[in-house]
Every structure is written in structure tokens, then in C-alpha cells.
Design a binder for this molecule. Sequence first.
Ligand SMILES: [Mg+2]
Length: 389
Amino acid sequence: MKITGIDCHVLLAPNYDRSLTSSAQDSFIVGIHTDEGITGFGESDVNPWIAKSCIEAPGTHTMSLSLRDILMGADPRCIEDLWQRMYIGTCMHGRRGAGIHAMGALEMALWDLKGKLENKPVYELLGGAQQASIVPYASLQPSGHSFAEYRDSLCAWAQRAREIGFKAVKAEVTMAGPYAHSGLNESFDRHTEVVAAVRRSLGPEIALMVDVQYMWQDAATAIETVGQWKEFDLFFLETPIWVDNLDEYARLHEVAPMKLAAGEWLATHWEFEELIERGKIDVAQPDIGRVGGFLEAKKVCRLAATHDRIIVPHCWKTGLSVTATAHLAFNTSHCAFIEYLPPHLCHETLRRELVQEGFEFKKGRIQLPQRPGLGIEINEEVLRRFKVA
Ligand SMILES: [Mg+2]
């Protein structure tokens, strides 16, 4: 069997807003075709024009080959071998960052393809189910342009998530720092007020996580605020400190009254090695596409297990990536939750319309997928409608 074609789709929701901190407004989807008429799909959370170029750019020498050329004509079933060939062949323009994120979409598509060929769900190809069901957490999206609107929108979403049956939610509480919502610049005490309000809306039973999106530069400043958050019983605090300040993460880990989570942006398990060993984070958050695909994500999972850490994957894309994340979670016993932007709780049209998820969400839990491959359905009409390159 041979790969006969690779489609790279750059998708952008017409209602996208550049001032929002939401990468679910665009998407990068690949389709890998074979001479047996079967197609596998993958997705990655990366600027889609850049990812397309990473795949389609011509190669010029052995250390900077074309990803497309490496795959065309190859046997799609030899996934590990193909990943190595892509990695080694693109070291001078890839190795980390966008090159790896683009490879992640291709690798995901190869697993979808292999599952369809062997008539098995991807989690089975990865080694089988280690969990009977998965608990997703609902990512709550704040809205509004003032402190009060921001707080109240989060509380309203929290109540809505509880009504739908979610057992866990994550609130973005970011009104200061590099990714402050809608130009807000509120005091850290007001962040504490928002966390308190969301916890009150949820009640004590539902697990609560908080994402502050790299709000602080160092541990000393962060602890002044998060040191007061013990009473809110957070499951974790996500990316409290700027991504490069790993020693500051380690310092905060020593004193914080909750687990620290990070890793959404990282490429390859080598970056996670540094994050876990030097940054001492408690919860590793690989994003399957960004980290380089399932095999890299599984290496991160093994690394976390070796260091007694847990996994809660990042996912802020369409149902394609959400479903891929569920397959990884089913295969990972120390995966506590997966991120789940519920289609009915979000305003991102791509998330809502492009892909039908490959699993059932019932009573707050994701049920074991049954269909071969990822088991997702792409709506071709929506794909055409959102495609810009
Ligand atoms: Mg985040």
C-alpha cells in the first residue's frame, strides 16, 4: 500500500477575532490518501498557513527535505519509521516548533488510516484501553469587557456545565499578563475574587482547575496570590509563569498549595523532559498534534509515569483533536482528565460544525470509542466553507 496524496487544509472561521486568546478559531487539517482509497485525517493546533508550508515546502538537501516528498509513495502503516524519517530529514528547518506541530497532524492522520485499515479504534492500536471511561473537564470561556462581566460570564458557564453533567471544569482567569482577556488589567486580588465566585457557583463536588495563561514572571510574585487559593481546592493551576522560566516553576512547585500544570505548547518529549525534570511540574499537558503525534504523546505519558506525574492533555481544536485526545486518554491509566471544549458551550463555529466526535459523552463521561481509526466524521461542506488556503 502506498500514500498517493496529502491534502493540507487551512481553515478559518469567518467570525474570528484576532483579539481573542482562542486558537479554536482556525484549524489545520490534513488528509492522507492511499492507493486503496482509504483516507486518514489529522489536525494540529498551529498557525495553519505555516503548517501547510512546513509540509509542502520543497526539500533542498538531506537535512532539509520535504515532508510531503518523504511521505508520498511510502507505506502508511510504518508510522514509527516514517516519523523518524520526517524528523531526521527536516532537522534544519524543524526539530521543534511548527515543523513538529505539522508532523503531529500527519502522524495523527497515519493512525486514523491504520485504524481504518485494520478495523480497530486507535486506542487499541496504541496498546488497548486502560480506563473504562474518561472524565473530560469543560473549558469555560469568559466574555465581556469589564471585571463584573468577566466574572459573571464564567459563573454562568460554570452553572451551565454543571447542569450538563460535567464533573470537572477549568476556568480561564486571566485579567492581567500577556494574554489578558479583552484588554483587561485587573489586580491579582480580583483574580482571587473570580476564582472564589466560580467555586461558589460550582459547589464543592466538581473538580475545578484554573488557567492564568502565563500571568506571572516568577514564583515570588505568583505565590503572593495563589498562596491564598488553598481554600478553593483547585485540582491544578495551569501555566502560572512564563513558559521559559523553568526554575521559577520549580520554585513555585515547592510552595504552591495546588498542583501545577504546563506543557500545552511543547514539541517532542524532549521538551517535556526538561519541563518535568527541571520545571518540576505536577501535571503534564501534551497536545497530541503539537507534541508531534501519538507516539511522542505516549513518550510524554511514560516520562510522566516514571516521575510519578499525571497527564491531562491539552486540546483546543475541533472534534478531530478532541477524539484523538480521548483515544490517548483511554490508553493512559494516569490520565486524570482530558480538556473538552463542549461544542454546545462554545462560540467557535469550527469546533461546533466541522467534525462529529468519534465517541459518546454521557453522564459527564466519555464512553469507549467503537469505530475504526479515530472514528470521526468530517463535514465536507463545512470544510469547503471554512477553507481559506
Ligand atoms: Mg492553557
